[in-house]
Design a protein around this ligand. Structure first.
Ligand SMILES: [Zn+2]
Length: 466
């Protein structure tokens, strides 16, 4: 059952994505419905003895695994009144922009005269990014035959995307010269309508076979969602090293659509990652009074973790991070850490949870320990006299767990600890790093948090049972 549901939801999502990526195909289908007798891209002027389409009809809602819908963020602009259907004698051509084709070329290819084309392009400029017009943008041109045997352009409707990717319909209509002032001449009036943006809350889930990334793509989602999901658990799960086959992910996330087209993800409201059988859950909480926001688990613990300011109890910084005169090497050198003067034998602790990457002797760093933490941070502890029991490569350490004792080993002129920190592989000044507030939710917000996350937790759990 579960497998079926996943593949179904993945299939739906992929279909939407395909449709979004290839508006040309969608447009072709639509054009085929509207002008059944026309085979595109061959252009045939039709003397259409039929009703015109309603040009600004609202788009159908997209399908998907929708659990609840939020109201759209802003009141959508009311669509302009649909134009009256043209009398049967009007001529109409449906066309679409070819790859790399300018709109003016496409208009003339469709039978629009040079003068009308330049008037139209001018009329469209404020409503359409001409350079951003993509192949597949479609348009229709409507003419009215004149008694002279010539014809007069009445209306052009262009269907394209706004700069934000929202489906946009632009209507250019000829306004005849006023009867009382024929010398004014005709002019084109332009207006446009964007499909309203809808934010939907969707529940998605999957199981990891090779990587979380692969699993989310297989579910029809985009790489951006992987980043958003990983961010929730950045302090709890090392997705590069800890991910295992059979891990499960569930997420309740906002997704924005317009005219059936997927625009992007909003906030991750709730997420669960079952890593090697143990579940991590996070809920985005926003207190009603606006004073507390953050990602918490069901017990109100912050998902984010912080780092201790110092790697030992009583410490005196004897050399801070940055350029300094190196006492042993006798020259100026960048100091890639902070030195703490302390007697030999003072316990040194890990500033955060992590895994020991190295615990060995080096001729310069002496007895050294390197600890790998979450979120791409590594810490270094040099010149130790001794390692604590069990400290070796691969050992797990907790925040504030003693890992060794201060010493004077390696290139060192006195008993001290050299403490270094790397972010994404580069040394940084530990004193200047900003770490998140990792305190649990205050007591007075506990009940509100519980009420807030109850429906989200139910949504996550519903993803199990379906
Ligand atoms: Zn140092």
């Amino acid at each position: 059952m579960r497998h079926l549901r996943y593949s179904k939801s993945g299939h739906l999502m992929r279909e939407q994505r395909r449709a979004a990526q290839r508006p040309s195909r969608e447009t072709l289908v639509r054009a085929g419905v509207i002008v059944a007798a026309v085979t595109l891209p061959t252009l045939v002027a039709l003397v259409a003895p039929r009703r015109d389409q309603r040009p600004l009809a609202p788009a159908a809602a997209p399908s998907g695994q929708v659990l609840a819908a939020l109201p759209p963020p802003a009141r959508p602009e009311p669509p302009p009144a649909p134009a009256a259907p043209p009398p049967p004698e009007l001529e109409r051509v449906e066309a679409r922009l070819a790859d790399g084709e300018a709109l003016s070329t496409a208009l003339q290819r469709s039978g629009v005269g040079a003068d009308d084309t330049s008037d139209l392009v001018r009329a469209l400029k404020d409503h359409v990014d001409m350079r951003g017009l993509r192949a597949g943008a479609s348009f229709s041109v409507v003419w009215r035959p004149l008694v002279t045997g010539a014809r007069e352009l009445v209306r052009v409707e262009l269907r394209t995307l706004s700069g934000e990717g929202v489906p946009r319909t632009v209507l250019v209509e000829r306004e005849p010269a006023p009867i009382t002032q024929p010398e004014v001449g005709a002019r084109f009036l332009t207006r446009h309508h964007d499909a309203p943006i809808e934010t939907k809350v969707e529940g998605l889930s999957g199981a990891v076979r090779s990587s979380l990334y692969q699993s989310m793509l297989e579910a029809g989602e985009e790489a951006v969602l992987v980043n958003k999901f990983v961010d929730v658990f950045a302090w709890n799960v090392d997705f590069y090293r800890q991910t295992q086959r059979g891990d499960e992910w569930r997420v309740v996330v906002e997704k924005r659509y317009a005219g059936g087209r997927f625009l992007g993800y909003g906030k991750v409201l709730a997420a669960e990652y079952v890593n090697a059988g143990s579940a991590h859950r996070g809920f985005l909480f926003d207190a009603a009074d606006g004073m507390h926001a953050g990602t918490y688990d069901e017990e109100g613990n912050a998902l984010q973790r912080t780092f201790l300011k110092n790697p030992m109890e009583i410490a005196r910084v004897t050399s801070s991070y940055g350029m300094r005169f190196h006492p042993v090497l006798g020259k100026n050198k960048q100091h890639q850490g902070v030195d703490y003067g302390a007697p030999t034998g003072t316990p040194v602790w890990s500033v955060a949870d992590g895994v020991v990457k190295e615990a060995r002797f080096s001729s310069t760093a002496g007895n050294m320990i390197v600890v790998q933490h979450m979120n791409g941070i590594t810490t270094e502890y040099f010149h130790l006299s001794k390692f604590a029991d069990g400290i070796k490569a691969g050992a797990r350490v907790k925040q504030k767990q003693p890992i060794g004792l201060v010493g004077n080993t390696g290139t060192s002129t006195g008993s001290h600890l050299h403490f270094g920190m790397l972010r994404a592989g580069s040394h940084v000044d530990p004193a200047k790093q900003k770490f998140p507030n990792a305190r649990p939710i205050p007591k007075e917000y506990r009940d509100e948090l519980q009420r807030f996350i109850a429906p989200l937790l139910a949504q996550l759990q519903a993803l199990d049972r379906a």
